[in-house]
Ligand binder design. Structure first.
Ligand code: ASP
Length: 352
């Protein structure tokens, strides 16, 4: 029986791998021998070249570069991978371009509710917050939950009480609001009314996203420090027009974020419900651990194979202890970038 199961797993992996390898765009190193120390994403979605003005595209590229350089500085000065992840993500949380912190998407009620998680690959300790409304940097609070509480995830007002007790910076919810996201909410609600007059639709669904090339925008980072330790983190506003306290994959360890020195560090972005059901981040680590796949093979098999079969859209960034990086996605684009140990930067948006 065990033999049969092993064979079944092996065949499943092979099929997924085949599908993945033939489709998956990954960040190609300028130098294939480069050892990457940090990779980031700023969300995956249906952005097309024609949708982005040259100025906006430039702004995205500059913000990605700035985040990579902030994280790299930490690593270069012998800082640890957790500090590098937080440094990179804080830049992106502060940028209105991304769906995290300032510029996050609106809930159906016109408020912003933020989720974040972080994981330490050395200890497999983790911290997460969900549904916070007044925390300026949710990734910072997730880190604090990991280090200063006996828990892994705190939600809503409890997380905010914990934050105040630890003097974490709070801001009024309006701090996160932007006109661009307000217009997205209005369009999503208009589409929802047209599609489901009874008001049963809950989220901005995939078909609707075709017109919403900026509906994604979650931010994530994976880092490898000089001591050889991996870390991963993800921060998001979730999905436009979300309701009922909806929580996506980003604060769920194993779905949106995972790190284990023995395998890899992963941060995901995309339609969170599918990433939760597919346990996507952990699935990559599991394929490496139990089936012996390389990082690239496992990342491609999960995103282009299993996630795609499930109907999920999005992508991941993945980094292993040797500094290999993989960034497969099944959407037209994903804001992404990586920096190697010599400080060489790669930043990409489309399939290129
Ligand atoms: N994964 C996030 C969520 O479902 C959204 C995204 O990555 O765009 O909350």
């Amino acid at each position: 029986m065990q033999h049969f199961l092993r064979q079944f797993l092996f065949l499943t992996v092979l099929v997924a791998l085949f599908a993945g390898l033939s489709l998956a765009p990954t960040v190609q190193a300028q130098d294939p021998d480069a050892r990457y120390v940090l990779a980031i994403h700023g969300g995956a979605g249906t952005m097309a070249r024609s949708d982005l003005t040259p100025e906006l595209e430039q702004a995205y590229r500059a913000a990605l570069r700035e985040a990579l350089e902030a994280g790299y500085k930490v690593l270069n000065e012998d800082g640890n991978s957790l500090d590098a992840v937080v440094a990179a993500l804080r830049i992106m949380e502060e940028s209105p371009l991304f769906n995290a912190g300032k510029g996050a998407v609106f809930t159906s009620e016109g408020t912003v509710e933020l989720d974040a998680s972080i994981m330490d690959g050395r200890t497999r300790n983790a911290g997460a917050v969900s549904g916070v409304k007044e925390i300026r940097s949710p990734i910072t609070l997730a880190r604090l939950v990991m280090e200063e509480s006996p828990h892994v995830m705190l939600t809503g007002s409890g997380a905010e009480t914990f934050a105040r007790e630890h003097n974490v910076e709070t801001v009024p919810n309006e701090f996160f609001h932007t006109d661009r996201r307000r217009r997205q909410l209005e369009r999503a609600q208009q589409q929802e009314r047209e599609a489901a007059p009874s008001g049963t639709g809950a989220l901005l669904l995939d078909e609707d996203r075709e017109a919403e090339h900026h509906a994604f925008g979650t931010v994530g980072a994976v880092a490898l420090d000089k001591a050889g330790n991996l870390a991963a983190g993800t921060s998001t506003g979730g999905m436009t027009n979300k309701r009922f306290g909806r929580v996506g994959d980003s604060p769920i360890i194993g779905a949106g974020t995972y790190a284990d020195n023995e395998t890899c560090a992963i941060s995901a972005t995309g339609h969170g419900e599918y990433f939760i059901r597919g346990v996507v981040a952990y699935d990559v680590a599991a394929m490496m651990r139990y089936a012996g796949l390389s990082l690239t093979a496992a990342a491609n098999a999960v995103v282009m194979g299993r996630l795609t079969e499930l109907g999920g859209t999005g992508g991941i960034i993945a980094l292993d202890r040797e500094g290999h990086v993989a960034m497969p996605f099944n959407t037209p684009g994903m804001y992404r970038g990586a920096i190697d140990e010599d400080g060489n930067v790669v930043v990409k948006i489309y399939r290129e």
